[in-house]
Design a protein around this ligand. Structure first.
Ligand SMILES: CCC1=C(C)/C(=C/C2=NC(=C\c3[nH]c(/C=C4\NC(=O)[C@H](C)[C@H]4CC)c(C)c3CCC(=O)O)/C(CCC(=O)O)=C2C)NC1=O
Length: 161
């Protein structure tokens, strides 16, 4: 896993140089938004279950996936879906704190598409639920942090697509 600091420093180190203006600017933005990100992570961690529940109500309940024959039908599969959404929210929060998406590639997206395909988990409905998480979370943490978190939820969405 990388973060905004190590990725900027590694890039300069490869060239054997001090951080240039653009690298320093990236760090400046990262530090300036630090407090917002930490506050958002705290709000998300105390409301994670509610965020996921509301997102499911918005995007998935009473749709084909929850009816007999749907991939979320049966308690076991319903619970697996909720658990997956909780993973997405938690890992997007880590990535938001790090200011870097690499943890998502390593821990979440690696092999996920293949797993979903082999189990018949519908990617479209999953992406809709992730987008609903984005909206619900933004409503709680505010627009700035919501946008920052949204970057990583979108990253997961595109990684699935
Ligand atoms: C931390 C990284 C990580 C991820 C991301 C992860 C995902 C993941 N989701 C799975 C299953 C699943 N995922 C879903 C999800 C859904 N079905 C729907 O219709 C909805 C649209 C959607 C929820 C939004 C379901 C229902 C299953 C069980 C499918 C089955 O066993 O038939 C499985 C197969 C094994 C299992 O059932 O536990 C994995 C590995 N596991 C991990 O360790």
């Amino acid at each position: 896993m990388q973060d905004a600091i190590t990725s900027v420093i590694n890039a300069s180190d490869v060239q054997g140089q001090y951080l240039d203006a653009s690298a320093l600017n990236k760090l400046k933005t990262y530090f300036q938004t630090g407090e917002v990100r930490v506050r958002a992570a705290s709000v998300i961690s105390s409301n994670a279950a509610t965020i996921v529940k509301e997102a499911v109500a918005k995007a998935l309940l009473y749709s084909d996936v929850t009816r007999p024959g749907g991939n979320m039908y049966t308690t076991r599969r319903y619970a697996a879906c909720i658990r997956d959404l909780d993973y997405y929210l938690r890992y997007a929060t880590y990535a938001m704190l790090a200011g870097d998406a690499s943890i998502l590639d390593e821990r979440v997206l690696n092999g996920l598409k293949e797993t979903y395909n082999s189990l018949g988990v519908p990617v479209n409905s999953t992406v809709q639920a992730i987008q609903a998480i984005k909206e619900v979370a933004a409503g709680l943490v505010g627009p700035d942090a919501g946008k920052e978190l949204g970057v990583y939820l979108d990253y997961i969405s595109s990684g699935l697509g």
